[in-house]
Design a protein around this ligand. Structure first.
Ligand SMILES: *Cc1c(COP(=O)(O)O)cnc(C)c1O
Length: 387
């Protein structure tokens, strides 16, 4: 047998966290009480009322059959209502909304609908790896747009070369941003809409962190921007907002032609999400959103403990207005990898080296706010001892 892997698998970027995962497993096996600030996965359970709705829904035989790939009409209507209430964006739930099996699924499948070999996809770096991998799987070329601190972690659209722009079909954006925790200032999305029109580029905005915001900040939808519905779509996820990462449910909204193409592509790959999960998601989206407010309060408290502690130790930690990440420069004299390795070995704390998200992330490390405030205080104490 010849089990040679396809070029698309062989071309996958190396998994940069291999060494860190190995060191973490080693520390755990040595009996170290590891504090894991590595992965962006909420530690708190899904709110009770959503679980209760699922318990009910799973008993409905109507939900035991094949779902429709695009999502139940009632789920799409709930998603559209949520967008109207939250952002003032009005959507036709028939043509401008499609369900996803978590937004990762839609993000990975979207390029199937538009990308031919040789087409260029504009991808922010550091960033979520799936934007590049979806491109790679279609034989497209990724052009990386660096997100630099001096630009507020926004891509410098004016610096993208003309020959790239002529071949570019899609631009990925993600605000509030993982991993930098940056938010988009008011002027940015209007500029993006104009740029998309000028260069005929589909804007794909990943809004996974739209609800994870603090200190009164409300993240805008890209689709609120005048003209945005003509040029792009937005990916929403219930994963972070409702502590539902394990449930795999999200939705994509925006331009009806792009949504139709995504729906067509994905209907040939998957058969949609279990309708009981969609039903539970309706409960989440149509609730009074007080569970989201509770979540914000908890993360803000953890953030304050961490940021205050890091600053006392002499680290230059910004306090994020959104996401559940602190994106912090490493102390002088370390690479990201060296610093994260030392913090794990000597303090038993897992953090993520910034370069793991792309080269411009070198010099940073990322901490997720996924442990209790008390545990966060313990992390700070351990760091104080070693630094
Ligand atoms: C967590 C995350 C998502 C959400 O993924 P799901 O598949 O919906 O769980 C999407 N984009 C980014 C940047 C993320 O960090």
């Amino acid at each position: 047998m010849n089990f040679t892997k396809s070029e698309r698998l062989q071309k996958l970027p190396p998994y940069l966290f291999v060494e860190l995962d190995r060191k973490k497993a080693e520390a755990v096996s040595r009996g170290v009480d590891v504090i894991d600030l590595g992965i962006g996965d909420p530690d708190m359970p899904t709110p009770r009322f959503i679980v209760d709705r699922m318990v009910q829904a799973v008993q409905n035989p109507a939900y035991h059959r094949y779902p429709s790939s695009q999502g139940m009409a009632s789920f799409r209507a709930a998603a559209a209502d949520w967008c109207a209430q939250r952002f003032g964006v009005s959507l036709d739930s028939e043509t401008e909304v499609v369900a996803s099996i978590g937004s990762k699924e839609a993000i990975a499948n979207l390029p199937l609908a538009f990308i031919e070999p040789g087409d260029v996809v504009l991808v922010p770096t550091p960033g979520y790896p799936v934007y590049h991998i979806g491109t790679l799987f279609c034989g497209g070329e990724t052009f990386y747009m660096p997100l630099l601190a001096e630009n507020g972690f926004l891509p410098d659209l004016d610096s993208i070369p003309g020959d790239i722009l002529r071949r570019a079909r899609i631009m990925w954006l993600n605000y509030p941003n993982n991993p930098t925790a940056a938010t988009a200032p008011d002027w940015f999305f209007p500029k993006v809409v104009q740029f998309a029109r000028e260069h005929d580029i589909i804007i794909c905005h990943d809004a996974a962190y739209s609800e994870m915001t603090y200190d009164g900040y409300k993240a805008p939808s890209f689709l609120e921007t005048p003209g945005a519905m003509d040029v792009g779509i937005e990916f929403h996820s219930l994963s972070k907002t409702y502590n539902m990462t394990g449930w795999r449910i999200g939705f994509t909204v925006g331009n009806s032609e792009v949504i139709a193409a995504l729906r067509q592509a994905k209907s040939n790959v998957d058969s949609g999400q279990f309708e009981a999960v969609q039903d539970a998601a309706i409960a989440a989206l149509s609730s009074d959103q007080s569970c989201v407010e509770d979540m914000r309060r908890i993360y803000a408290e953890r953030r304050d403990v961490l940021v205050k502690g890091l600053r006392e130790i002499g680290l230059d930690a910004p306090s994020p207005a959104a996401t559940f990440y602190v994106w912090c420069p490493v102390p002088k004299g370390y690479t990201s990898a060296e610093f994260c390795a030392r913090v794990l070995e000597e303090a038993g704390i897992v953090t993520t080296p910034g370069n793991g998200f792309g080269d411009p992330g070198e010099g940073y490390f990322r901490m997720a706010l996924t442990v209790s405030a008390q545990r966060m205080q313990e992390a700070v104490e351990r760091l104080r001892k070693i630094l």
